[in-house]
Design a binder for this molecule. Structure first.
Ligand code: GLA
Length: 701
């Protein structure tokens, strides 16, 4: 719901529970007024107007709450926009022109005070999800080029509080999305990626808690997340007047965009939201939005299938006979998609060679891909394939033919990572090469699933075909071209499911998830480590997009041995896959796996399409998560015991999210309890050993 108060020049954007309000000040600034709980009367928001914010001529009061601050005048906070205009002019003076409201979208048009340079601030209100999605469009309508040095998608302002906490997700390869917490200092904090993808090190998301730190069910939580698959930054500033501003957008590091006359540049979309009752509603709103509105429409409502992936079982050692053997064992387990990972093409026997040579290795697959795919299909499964289209090994026919097809600087070493270099997507011939080979693969073969990998970051970011002034465009260009190629392939091959992978979870973000159906969460498949990674992941993304495999009993990353049931339960909390060498599984293990896969198929509508509640009221040596169906008739509770100590008894596990007045029966103990009792008293769960787990189904009577 969007409204404009003509008398007061105030726009009010309301969702189900929240309001976002800003105004057009007498001095011509677009100034933020309020963000928080929706109030009963729209006129109430006017009380939040800070007279200082309407009088920016007193900069030392530091109450500048500009919606979209340009760099110039005496504004020393982080600007959303920094520009080099012609005639050596480097400051931005934006003047409000007009606004339009179309359905759920408000657009404000601003113009530079002198140049025909336009800025549109676009706000889309997603009422049901308590989300506002913002983006910015720059248009150069002058006759000269304009250089954009910094473009953020917007800022949000937090209400006054004694102290502020923030939560963010940081990590590394094999340790992505680990929740971090801190107190916002009286200084600038920058969360970012500079490596060309969102990265394993941080997620383009932050949550801010004015006052006390929030829990799953209590406390104020403001959050923002960028829908962007490249270099991003989120900047948190707290000044000595306790004004907290959070701005997010394209990373300003090594960024510059040469905006030609007549050209436009759009910022990534910034998702912003607020929850007055802790983290739970904040992430459930984000999940619901992705499930209902963001994921690619073709496969949006379909349940994700159980897959098998050959990577951990065979690494590069794939061949026709062996893959068929694995497929014959996977099908009776209940697997629905058989995915062949790396190693099937060119001279790809290790990570040292072959990337870029995308024709099937005939020694390994004498019948091409056809023989294997036919067999997989006859077994009743779809076939999927791994590719890494943006990359090349120097030891490949592609690189030998086109050594100039990679990002590089002349007279400088081309730094290899995993023995590979990154293809220069700015080159039209590279774009056509990728589109061409991918299109052929998907046209000539009955492929229903693509795992699209990117196993290294960008380095030596040089693109020789464009002018010096355009060199720093590379980072953003790479992302736009990657999107363009994927969009092209999806339009031509709509039946194919696409999974985004980047050496694990390096390219998981809301931008990728508007184009890919699911993501590979991490190369770490240790079921215990995964619980922590999955926990962090769930603050942004829903279970449906989170691919999780059951792999070997002994995991070499931590030298840990975990029971089959625990490994299954950990992976069943997302989109279940099997990634082990199943030729080594005993008949008993096969039988247990078969039973668990069947159970997963029964509960997956609740896991994939239900609402997720993280239970944070139990000690740290246990973890519990419950998934509740939309109608609240069914729930699936997972409980994990990490390690018990000191002869402690196992506490009861509270169950959130149920209908408090309904009665629920659990098959676990046969008990019947009301939803309220389950929340207040909880369920008794028994464990036999460390690393034990329980899957408890609750059904309304
Ligand atoms: C990356 C992926 C793995 C696997 C390998 C193949 O590391 O994350 O799952 O596909 O590449 O080389």
């Amino acid at each position: 719901m969007i409204s404009f108060n003509e008398n007061k020049s105030i726009w009010t954007l309301e969702t189900k529970h929240t309001a976002y309000v800003f105004g057009h000040s007498p001095t011509g600034q677009i100034t933020n007024i309020y963000f928080g709980t929706k109030l009963l009367f729209r006129d109430d928001y006017i009380h939040a107007v800070d007279p200082g914010a309407w009088a920016p001529e007193y900069p030392d009061r530091a109450v500048n709450r500009e919606e979209f601050m340009g760099w110039g005048e005496t504004k020393y906070a982080e600007p959303c926009l920094k520009v080099q205009f012609p005639q050596k002019i480097r400051d931005v003076r934006l003047v409000f022109q007009q606004y339009t409201i179309k359905a759920d979208t408000l657009t404000l048009l601003l113009k530079d005070a002198y140049f025909d340079f336009y800025v549109s601030l676009v706000y889309t209100v997603h009422e049901e999800y308590d989300l506002i999605v913002r983006r910015v469009l720059l248009e150069n309508k002058t006759t000269e080029p304009i250089i954009i040095e910094q473009l953020l998608s917007g800022s949000i302002y937090l209400p006054q509080a004694e102290q502020y906490h923030y939560s963010y997700l940081a990590g590394k390869w094999a340790g992505e999305t680990q929740m971090q917490k801190g107190v916002i200092p009286g200084a600038r904090v920058r969360l970012e990626s500079r490596c060309g993808t969102p990265s394993h090190q941080a997620q383009p998301w932050v949550a801010l808690e004015p006052g006390c730190p929030a829990t799953e069910t209590q406390g104020k939580v403001y959050f923002c997340a960028l829908a962007y698959s490249g270099n991003w930054n989120i900047i948190i500033e707290k000044d000595c007047n306790n004004l907290v501003r959070v701005s997010a957008g394209l990373n300003t590091f090594d960024f510059q965009w040469y905006l030609k006359p007549g050209a436009a540049l759009e910022s990534p979309a910034l998702f912003t939201g607020y929850s007055a009752s802790g983290f739970g509603p904040a992430s459930r709103n984000l999940h619901a939005f992705q499930l209902n509105e963001l994921l690619p429409v073709k496969h949006r409502t379909a349940l994700r299938k159980v897959l098998y992936n050959s990577w951990e079982a065979r690494l590069f050692g794939v061949n026709e006979k062996d893959q068929i053997n694995l497929a014959r064992l996977a099908a009776p387990l209940g697997v629905e998609i058989f995915v062949m990972d790396d190693g099937w093409f060119g001279e790809r026997h290790s990570d040292r060679a072959g990337l870029g040579d995308w024709s099937v290795n005939k020694d390994k697959f004498p019948g091409g891909l056809k023989t294997l795919i036919t067999e997989v299909n006859q077994l009743g499964m779809d076939f999927g394939l791994w590719v890494e289209p943006e990359m090349v090994n120097p030891d490949s026919d592609l690189y030998r033919a086109h050594p100039d097809w990679v990002y590089h600087f002349p007279h400088r070493l081309r730094t290899e990572r995993r023995n590979q270099l990154v293809l220069n997507l700015s080159k039209p011939e590279v774009r056509e090469f990728i589109k061409g080979f991918m299109d052929r693969l998907l046209t000539e073969n009955n492929i229903k699933f693509i795992k699209w990998d990117m196993n290294r970051s960008i380095s030596e970011p040089g693109i020789m075909e464009v002018e010096e002034v355009q060199q720093k465009e590379l980072w953003h260009r790479h992302v736009l071209t990657f999107y363009e190629i994927v969009d092209y392939l999806r339009t031509k091959h709509p039946e194919v499911i696409f999974q985004s992978c980047s050496g694990g979870g390096g390219r998981a973000d809301l931008g990728v998830l508007s184009r890919f159906d699911q993501v590979w969460t991490s190369d770490n498949t240790d079921a215990f480590d995964r619980l922590r990674i999955q926990h962090g992941f769930s603050f942004i993304y829903p279970a449906k997009v989170m691919e999780a495999w059951v792999t070997s009993e002994y995991n070499q990353l931590n030298n840990r041995i975990l029971p089959l049931q625990y490994r299954f339960h950990s992976a069943m909390m997302g989109n279940l896959g099997i990634g082990d060498d199943i030729t080594c599984w005993s008949p008993e293990q096969m039988a247990e796996a078969h039973k668990l896969i069947n159970e997963y198929k029964e509960i997956r509508p609740v896991i994939q399409h239900g609402s997720q509640y993280r239970i944070d009221r139990i000690p740290g040596n246990m973890l519990a998560v419950v998934y509740v169906s939309k109608d609240k008739r069914q729930a699936v509770l997972f409980v994990f015991l990490h390690i018990n100590q000191f002869y402690n008894s196992i506490p009861r596990v509270p169950v959130d999210g149920l209908d408090p007045d309904a009665q629920y029966r659990t098959r676990y103990t046969g008990e019947v309890m009301s939803g309220r009792a389950l929340q207040e008293i909880g369920l008794k769960v028994s464990f036999k050993h460390n690393f034990d787990s329980a899957l408890i189904r609750l059904e309304q009577e």
